[in-house]
Each structure stands twice: as C-alpha cells, then as structure tokens.
Write a protein that binds this ligand. Structure first.
Ligand SMILES: *[C@@H]1O[C@H](CO)[C@@H](O)[C@H](O)[C@H]1NC(C)=O
Ligand SMILES: *[C@@H]1O[C@H](CO)[C@@H](O)[C@H](O)[C@H]1NC(C)=O
Length: 303
C-alpha cells in the first residue's frame, strides 16, 4: 500500500517535472540546434547563453528543435555592439515551403552611437510586404532586452520588454490570409547585408571590427508544440489548459495606449501608410527589404 502510493506520487512528480520543463525551458542545448556558421555560434554558461558571430568569411545561425503552432515566445537579445553597420540580426518564426508563414524581427545595425532599426514583417501563405520599422527607446547593445511574439488564432503581437509595438489581427473575414495552419520553428541568424541594411546600403561593414557578436538568453516558450501531426495543446490535461490564457490574449486598454505611444513616437515605416516626412522610409522599404527576404530564404533552405 505504502510502496504503491509512493511510486504513484513519484510518477506524478515526474509528470509534473516534465510539464515544468516544457514551460520554463531556457536550456539552449535542449531547445535549439546550431545550424550553420562553422563554430561561430556557441552555447555557453551551462546552456544558459547562446552567441552568434559574424566575420568576413561567414555569419552563423540556429533554429529551434520544436515546431510550434501558436505560442507566446520570449527571448532576450543583446545586439552587436560598437560599429554594427551592415550587420543584420534576424530572429523569427517560419514554416517551410513557397507558401510559408513567417513572423519576423530583424535588427539592422548602425555606426557607433547611431540607432538600430527594428524591422518587423508578417508573411501568410508566402505573401509578405507587411513591413513596419521602428527605432527603439533604449540602447539595445548596452544590455539584454526581451523581444516577444504572441501568436494566437486571433492576432500576432510583437512586444519589446513587455511593451507592444505591433499588432497584426486576423482579418480572414476580409479575405486576408492569416498564419494558422502551418507549424513554425524559431530561427535566428547574424549575417552581413551591407548592400541594403544601413541607411539603405550607404554605410558598409567595417571588417576591421569583426568578429561581430549577438547574444541570447532566457528563452521562454509558452506554446503549442506540434509533433507528428498533433498539438500539445489539444491534449485534455488540465495543467496545459490552465497555462493557455495566451491563446485568447488581447491588448487591454493600457496596452493599446502603449502600442499607440510606440507607433506615434518610434515607428519610422509602415507598409500600410508610409509617412514620407521620415527620411528613412523610402530608402529602406521596397527594393531593399525584398533583398533581405531573398537572402534569408537562401539561408533557411541551404542550412
Ligand atoms: C555567463 O557566466 C558568467 C560566469 O558565471 C557570468 O559572469 C556572466 O554574466 C554570464 N553571462 C551571461 C550573459 O549571462
Ligand atoms: C542609422 O543612422 C542613421 C543616421 O542617424 C539613420 O538615418 C538610420 O535610420 C539608422 N539606422 C539604419 C539601420 O540605417
């Protein structure tokens, strides 16, 4: 009697520990695979830290071991410091194939003391061209900051340190495809794009400053893991449904106000309504951003 109850409680404990592991994570060896860069990407500090680096010969990158179909995903990044002109750090979710879905953060480097541009995009069924670009309200090289993607069936919300910067709503009722059927992995890469990244390609990478390094820590995915055609969220276990409030999360009035604050003060380009008074918008938009996509697609399919 006693032994059977202690063995059943240890089984319960094991199940609990496994559930916790799925929720808390932040072990880069367990959650990610370095996919390219020939030693330029490193997992350090007891798997708590990942660094990517770029030199003249190559950049580097990693991808998540899991595929996700919806999630609330946080990562802390500390971007390339000093003169990062010409470098691009991409951190995004993507599915595979020509009609893929994708949710992008891309950080375009700059000369020392000049501002990074945070570029965002959403692809659904292979169609993108939904760029919004921002300056940040802090120096992203001085410390780690949290970049988050909330992706649920109703909306995608990009946030920085908990402040929403962009909301992409499900507008299927108006005929706009929405990413909701294709599981995505997390990808990140650091590469050279000095033909377009900084001031539209005017400022080139200074290779005497290489290697360039970006760092990652405190990954957290509260997400539905997709595996062999089924979602971890469709299991009826009460512990998973309790943690799944994000599946219907939306912006409350405080967060709507913060989103407006960012869009009013820090947005520099919006695909839907370009403000030509901001000098950067015309330069970095259309042609140059198309380059970024082509380049990144190559990285995904080659590695
Ligand atoms: C990595 O570990 C070292 C030694 O414990 C610590 O000083 C450093 O702050 C850690 N780095 C990061 C980015 O967590
Ligand atoms: C770099 O700095 C220039 C000058 O301040 C600015 O116009 C540009 O938006 C900055 N960012 C990028 C990625 O070019």
């Amino acid at each position: 009697m006693a032994s059977s109850s202690s063995s059943s409680s240890s089984v319960l404990f094991m199940i609990f520990a496994i559930v916790l592991a799925v929720v808390s994570a932040s072990n880069f060896n367990q959650d990610f695979t370095i996919t390219w860069g020939d030693g330029r990407a490193k997992i350090l500090n007891n798997s708590q830290l990942l660094t990517l680096s770029l030199d003249k010969a190559s950049g580097s990158g990693f991808q998540s071991n899991n595929e996700y179909l919806f999630g609330k995903i946080d990562m802390q990044l500390k971007l390339v410091s000093g003169n990062s002109a010409g470098t691009v750090t991409a951190y995004y979710l993507s599915s595979q194939g020509s009609t893929h879905d994708e949710i992008d953060f891309e950080f375009l480097g700059n000369l020392s003391g000049e501002p990074y541009v945070l570029h965002t995009n959403v692809f659904s069924q292979g169609k993108g061209n939904r760029e919004q670009q921002f300056y940040l309200w802090f120096d992203p090289i001085a410390d780690f900051h949290t970049y988050s993607i909330l992706w649920n069936p109703q909306r995608i919300i990009f946030s920085v340190d908990g402040t929403p910067i962009r909301e992409f709503k499900n507008a299927e009722s108006m005929g706009v495809p929405y990413p909701k059927n294709q599981p995505m992995r997390i990808y990140s890469s650091l590469w050279n794009a000095d033909d377009w990244a900084t001031r539209g390609g005017l400022v080139k990478t200074d290779w005497t400053k290489a290697p360039f390094t970006a760092s990652y820590r405190n990954f957290n995915a509260n997400a539905c893991i997709w595996s062999s055609g089924s979602s971890s969220c469709s299991s009826s276990s009460s512990s998973s449904s309790k943690n799944n409030a994000w599946l219907s999360e939306q912006l409350d009035s405080t967060n709507q106000g913060r989103l407006k604050w960012v869009q009013k003060n820090y947005m520099i380009y919006n695909y839907c309504c370009t403000d030509f008074s901001k000098e950067i918008s015309t330069r970095i938009s259309s042609t140059n951003v198309a380059w970024s996509r082509i380049f990144k697609r190559k990285l995904i399919y080659h590695y």
